[in-house]
Design a protein around this ligand. Structure first.
Ligand SMILES: *Cc1c(COP(=O)(O)O)cnc(C)c1O
Length: 387
């Protein structure tokens, strides 16, 4: 089966991890701060805060913003569940903003409409988690304008978008957001096995995020330390934080992988270009295309089979792909369709864009190292099954 995504590990990755194993520090050593500085430099932000997953990063970002009981958080329904769960971990309420099926991203026009209604009802959100689906940035300038006007915070869920750009600057530079979050799960752009990172330009948010990452504990010299230390042993727990630290083994792997990020993106883009050459403009297909404002990291290639009218048809199509050895996948079923979220009473009819996307979308194989012959098989199979 040709998978939809796959990580790449080479000897230099193995050597980088092995070297740390022979060092004094397996965790809380020098690899993590170096990795943080490198991701911050790469994404053009002041701070990088490494954590053990993007899920932890989203949770810590929400905590750093002070979200909790009584807060309202909005996100995209077309995302991994973690984008929504992070708000619930803090005790905040969650709601969804419909997407534009063409980009799979939150549609700023629908966001504005929902904000106008929420404003009338006195139910404006405290924060929006904007997801850059497949590695294509949301229209962050439009979102930032609305955030200023209606007074909410913005977290970018850039789990798919390390190395992507928007209007010529890197995703993660937080030009239009308070914080951004990256994932280093093996299917993502680079991997640390498990791992995540927050980027921000805000010193206070960075400081709070670092506290929440390590039990809410401050050491002498920290700005928030209460009174004078009893002695050099003295640390204080200031908040209910977590152990969300990334280890030095993982950071060393991430640092070494980061050296090849450009190469990974270039080969993903080449795969995307070949798909576009074959599928753009074909009847029954809608391709993501190349967006003039953003350079995608091409985490996913989301083809839409526009002729599909039901999930029954979609199931048959997926079975046919799998029978042909093509591991197509779906990113994602709308979050509100999960049994856990159904109990909140969301009405799928309120999200026509997400429902259409769910019906039509297919994630085709795309990764660094996808053999040209395998991609040719995918292209032939798509052509055979969708025409
Ligand atoms: C992968 C992913 C996450 C969670 O990442 P982990 O590092 O596995 O916790 C969150 N949001 C989106 C959009 C993702 O794709």
């Amino acid at each position: 089966m040709i998978p939809y995504g796959k990580h790449q590990i080479d000897q230099s990755d193995i050597d980088a991890v092995a070297e740390v194993l022979e060092n004094q520090f397996l965790t809380q050593g020098e690899q993590v701060p170096l990795f943080e500085a490198e991701i911050a430099a790469r994404s053009g932000s002041r701070h990088g805060i490494a954590v053990n997953s993007a899920t932890s990063a989203l949770h810590v970002a929400c905590l750093a913003l002070g979200l909790g009981d009584g807060s309202r958080v909005w996100t995209s329904p077309i995302t991994f569940v973690a984008s929504a769960n992070a708000a619930l971990y803090c005790g905040a309420a969650i709601d969804f903003v419909d997407i534009d099926p063409a980009t799979a991203n939150i549609d700023p026009a629908r966001l504005e409409q929902k904000l106008i209604e929420a404003d009338k009802a006195g139910q404006l959100p405290d924060a929006l988690i904007a997801v850059h689906m497949a590695g294509r940035s949301c229209a962050m300038d439009a979102i930032a304008d609305l955030a200023r006007h209606y007074g909410f915070k913005v977290i970018e869920d850039a789990s798919h978008a390390l190395g992507a750009q928007f209007d010529g600057t890197p995703v993660g530079d937080c030009r239009h957001a308070d914080m951004a979050v990256f994932s280093f799960h093996p299917v993502k752009m680079i991997t640390t096995a498990e791992g995540g990172m927050i980027t921000t330009n805000d010193d206070a948010l960075a400081s709070r995020a670092r506290l929440f990452r390590t039990h809410g504990i401050a050491r002498p010299g920290h700005d928030d330390f209460v009174g004078t230390p009893d002695g050099p042993w003295h640390y204080q727990q200031l908040h209910l934080g977590y152990n969300y630290r990334l280890s030095d083994l993982h950071a060393a792997l991430g640092r070494n992988q980061l050296n090849r990020l450009g190469e990974f993106i270039a080969s993903r883009e080449q795969v995307a270009r070949r798909y576009e050459d074959h599928f753009a403009g074909e009847a029954g297909m809608a391709t993501p295309g190349f967006c003039p404002r953003s350079v995608s990291s091409w985490h996913l290639y989301l083809l839409r089979a526009t002729g599909i009218t039901s999930l029954v048809e979609k199931k048959a199509l997926f079975e046919a792909f799998h029978a042909s050895g093509i591991g197509v996948a779906l990113h994602y079923m709308p979050v509100y369709r999960h049994p856990y979220y159904q109990s909140f009473g969301f009405d799928p009819a309120a999200f026509p864009g997400a429902e259409q996307f769910y019906r039509e979308a297919i994630s085709l194989p795309i990764f660094h190292g996808l053999a040209e012959a395998d991609q040719a098989t995918v292209i032939d199979t798509v052509t055979r099954l969708l025409r």
